[in-house]
Design a protein around this ligand. Sequence first.
Ligand SMILES: [Fe+2]
Ligand SMILES: [Fe+2]
Length: 126
Amino acid sequence: MDWRKEYSVGVDQFDIDHKTIFDMISRLEAASTNLSSPELQEELFETLMEYTDDHFEREEQFMREVGYAGLVEHHGLHAEVDEELHRLYRKFRDGDEGIARDVVEFLREWWFVHILQVDMAYNPTK
Ligand SMILES: [Fe+2]
Ligand SMILES: [Fe+2]
């Protein structure tokens, strides 16, 4: 999953965050494709979820600071994906090891749409 400059949301920290998240998704993808140990997959999954939460917090803090009008709606979308990630994580913990691939598919699609259509709306350089 490669980051491109068209994905820039005009805030360096968030571009770095998005790149980091893309890297984490790629690492999870590699682990699931190579049938790495469930322990490693779980660790990558957890790290990804924690980092995603930190990113959402940073973004929402920024929107609060600049008085961004779409904050509530944007927060709702973050909360929704967070809930879905926790649901998938529970399935993984219940022994559904193939779930890592579903997570990767789901997140790849979600992040492209979210960055290009939702995050882009707070871009201060546009
Ligand atoms: Fe974002
Ligand atoms: Fe966002």
